[in-house]
Design a protein around this ligand. Structure first.
Ligand SMILES: Cc1ncc(COP(=O)(O)O)c(C=O)c1O
Length: 230
């Protein structure tokens, strides 16, 4: 989010929807505004994922939308409830996407620990930054500590496949987020021929290393020394 995006949205009368699935708890310093904003409060609305592996994870699938627009909130609430505001009267063609109440109860408790767990994730990123060194690896920048909640710790390397299988043999799991850029997905066949070289390059080079609030300094030292021998 920056002034340019805001300008474009105003010029073309667009709504800005944030994907806050991996960023909950991150703090953004917005140019042109005073103070700081948490992600989820930057655009017209934001989607949050409470998928169990997320920074704030439920014990099953769940999600939420945040917005300051009360009219939009009413529409979204209706859309998630078969398009109905009043029982059995359907204003929109909606879906059943209400959050299960048990999940909501779990999340209410877990929410209290989100900032603490995000701090622990930030510490893991600091350790990686300190201990991980390899000439073929580009580490993510941790210049704005509050601006990142490290849902993933994503490195880049042109030797991605080789590194991934090497780590797997050492018992270190990694993931690729994501192997196919959206414009190359089958469901977006109309965009398949777009020339987006940066997206393609990143999809070939990214590798997510283990990160979670319970990873210790010695875990990071072990992973880093393993990578140093690669
Ligand atoms: C960046 C991003 N957006 C959206 C989603 C979708 O979230 P959900 O599976 O809860 O719908 C995910 C989940 O992996 C994600 O990482």
């Amino acid at each position: 989010w920056n002034e340019e995006l805001k300008y474009l949205a105003e010029k073309y009368r667009l709504r800005v929807i944030e994907d806050n699935a991996q960023a909950i708890g991150a703090v953004s310093r917005v140019e042109g505004f005073n103070g700081t904003y948490k992600t989820g409060a930057l655009g017209d609305a934001a989607a949050i994922s409470f998928y169990p592996a997320k920074n704030l994870g439920a014990l099953g699938d769940a999600g939420a939308i945040t917005t300051n627009d009360t009219e939009l909130a009413d529409v979204i609430r209706a859309l998630a409830n078969y398009g109905s505001i009043e029982k059995y009267i359907n204003v929109y063609q909606g879906v059943n996407s209400r959050m299960d109440e048990l999940q909501a109860a779990f999340l209410s408790v877990k929410l209290k620990y989100l900032d603490k767990e995000n701090r622990a994730r930030r510490q893991v990123a600091i350790w990686y930054d300190k201990y991980l060194n390899h000439q073929d690896i580009i580490k993510p920048s941790i210049e704005s500590p509050e601006g990142h909640v490290w849902h993933q710790y994503v490195i880049r390397t042109v030797r991605r496949e080789e590194l991934r299988s090497y780590l797997e043999k050492q018992g270190i799991p990694t993931m690729i987020h994501y192997p196919i850029p959206p414009h190359k997905q089958f469901c977006y066949h109309q965009y398949n021929d777009l020339d987006l070289p940066v997206s393609v390059l990143l999809s070939r080079e990214v590798l997510s290393l283990p990160v979670s609030p319970v990873i210790t300094e010695s875990d990071v030292i072990e992973i880093s020394s393993c990578i140093a021998d690669f």
